[in-house]
Design a protein. Sequence first.
Length: 123
Amino acid sequence: MATTINLERLVGRCVLSPRGKSIGYIEEIRAEKDGHDLVITEFHIGVYAAFERLSASAIGAAVLDAFRLRRDGGFYRIPWDKIDISNPTQPRLLCPMEDLARMKGYPGQSQDQKKPRKSRAKR
């Protein structure tokens, strides 16, 4: 049986790690149509996700760089099944924090578009 949740209750909520530490805020929710329903596919968490929601990701990255505020953990694409939303006021990550590194992305890039980083050989 599907759970019905008002999305406006989730956007802007702080997501907690399994240990209770904040990993960021839900800035965007991606969903796909499934018959008459919309089904959540992933959550976008972090400061870059906020810029994505405002369609200003490139500008936002430049602003963060200008003020030297860019840091790791700025954007996560978290699959729907990795966040517990049974309590919409306190969404909680269901996977270890170490798994978040594999869920990093860039605003405007889907999970299947992510390319592995090339390693550079030392000379």
